[in-house]
Ligand binder design. Sequence first.
Ligand code: ATP
Ligand code: MG
Length: 317
Amino acid sequence: MNHPTKSDNSFTPANNIAMEATKNQQAAKTQVGDIMAPEFLVDEPPPKPNYPHYRVRPGEPIVLADIDPDTAEHYKKKKNIEKELEKQRDRLTDLQRRLYAENKRSLLIVLQAMDTGGKDGTIKNVFQGVNPQGCRVWSFKKPSDEEASHDFLWRYHQRTPQRGMINIFNRSHYEDVLVVRVKQLVPEEVWRERYQTINQFEQMLTLNNITVIKFFLHISKDEQKQRLESRLENPNKRWKFSSNDIKERLLWDDYQTAFEDAINNCSTAYAPWYVVPANKKWYRDLVIARAIADTLEAMNPQYPAVEQGLENITIPD
Ligand code: ATP
Ligand code: MG
């Protein structure tokens, strides 16, 4: 397969974005009945927008321990990224407005992390400028009796976005291969099958005009310790502390393995995982805002056609 290169005149950010626009759906179509990435996708360079550096490519498994949660490109402190973050938020505001007006497609954003990983902070900081009417956040806790009496995807499917909407999953169907695996809530043969089921579910969503992107907010064990300590020390944060977080922390390594397997098995060409260095909250926000704005830009939502003859209309007094 020929790939555009920098020396190729046809390669510009604009046409690359156009290429990207249909790519996820084409990838989903190609993979019907073959949920792992076919070879041509594995060979392909990561798409230019979408912050390829943090995108996990099918067939190239990551090792979490090798990814530095402290990294922040060339940025040294929060002040250095403020303008850039503002720019990304403005892009998001504009693109979300178009997605909503177009009313044909939607975006599902999955946020997963270890405790204190920053899911709540990300939602608050990245989505500040987005019209609440076009955006919904769903948080998933331990399933209720009713939820638990259905198939594991049932409760998530009901919360996938309607046309025109951006939905954010604060925890998600991935809990069913994370906490469920680590706490041995079901036998291995049950959770292991779920990677494939999840890939098929996300493929089905993609084919139904729902773009799916997934972020793992990657923090270090030391950083979690500091964040838990600050929850204990700071009266305004104490309500966030749960002694269950200590129990979960003791299972840190098991969770890292479970995350690694979930990401490696389920980062598909149509529904990618991003591993986001998240020790520095401001950098995490920037990476996620950029990746979402890039994804929306690649979708290229359009305002619907206006009525004919508007130029001749005068509004009566
Ligand atoms: P916060 O940042 O406020 O602590 P949180 O997402 O950690 O937010 P909690 O109420 O502390 O919210 O935790 C939710 C709990 O629900 C987690 O311990 C998680 O493992 C558990 N949970 C989520 N989904 C499932 C599931 N499918 N099966 C079992 N437990 C689940
Ligand atoms: Mg919690």
